[in-house]
Design a protein around this ligand. Structure first.
Ligand code: NAD
Ligand code: ZN
Length: 244
């Protein structure tokens, strides 16, 4: 398909699903994973089973969180996030599935119920026992005050940033909602994802199998480029607003 054909398709659609990865937030100053300056180069990965079994691992994880949190807290949504808000306001966005944990889609103006966070959110901390949540501002303040591995005030369970860690199960309800939306869309826009992290990266292929038009917007090639109806390589902040 040509760019013009896809634009016409979006203009006529009321069931667009957006799917975003770390690439939509780099223009907000949050680094993605797979670049030399990315997160993986600087931090030791704390796996979920370590977090629950060793205090030292919880202390390390919270130390990383405290260091990272100001960058996420102070980041501002960019033109890419705004493009999805435009689609939503035009009544076209069926759902926005994101692998991101930064909360920038909601801060840009998407209602909570439109955003499906497959990997959770770093804007809150959750009690692993009772599910109680507090803001990251509150959790980080507690760590900075010397509570190096904070516990839940209601039940004493371990508090953990509300993201899905390596080794942790995917959230059931979000996976279900993402599947339903994927099966119920006519255009699937995959934006700023290397499309290699599974199971999240399965959704674009599922959409295509079920007859949706698959559009990929990303700086670098992805493994799904060959099945996409249109692949646009370049910067999201300029390309996406032009597309929608
Ligand atoms: P990724 O790092 O694997 O891939 C990001 C892709 O975006 C790359 O292919 C890169 O070429 C592209 N990209 C980066 N900036 C771009 C720009 N301005 N314009 C166009 N393309 C751009 O990210 P992923 O696929 O989301 O998978 C990584 C995992 O990392 C996810 O599970 C996510 O949870 C997590 N993560 C999230 C954040 C965040 O919340 N902002 C940041 C880092 C990592
Ligand atoms: Zn609790």
């Amino acid at each position: 398909m040509t760019l013009e054909e896809v634009r016409a398709k979006i203009a006529a659609s009321r069931r667009v699903v957006g799917f975003t990865g770390a690439g939509i937030s780099t223009e907000s100053g949050i680094p993605d994973f797979r670049s030399p300056s990315g997160v993986w180069a600087r931090y030791r990965t704390v796996y979920f089973d370590e977090f629950v079994s060793r205090r030292e691992a919880r202390v390390e994880y919270w130390r990383q969180k405290v260091e990272n949190w100001p960058h996420i807290r102070d980041a501002q949504p960019n033109a890419g996030h705004a493009a999805f808000v435009t689609l939503h306001r035009a009544g076209k966005l069926r759902a926005l599935i994101t692998q991101n944990i930064d909360g920038l889609h909601q801060r840009a103006g998407l209602p909570r119920e439109s955003v499906i966070e497959l990997h959770g959110t770093t804007t809150e901390a959750v009690c692993l026992d009772c599910g109680d949540r507090i803001t990251s501002d509150e959790a980080v303040a507690r760590v900075l005050a010397g509570d190096l591995a904070p516990e839940c005030r209601s039940c004493g369970g371990y508090l953990k940033p509300a993201t899905i860690s390596f080794g942790q199960a995917m959230p059931y309800e979000e996976m279900q909602r993402a599947s339903s939306a994927t099966l119920d869309c006519d255009v699937f826009l995959a934006v700023g994802s290397s499309l290699v992290v599974h199971p999240a990266a399965g959704f674009p292929a599922l959409a295509k199998q079920h007859g949706a038009t698959l559009v990929i917007v990303n700086r670098d090639p992805t493994p799904l480029d060959s099945i996409a109806d249109l692949v646009i390589h370049g910067e999201i902040g300029t390309l996406l607003p032009a597309l929608v």
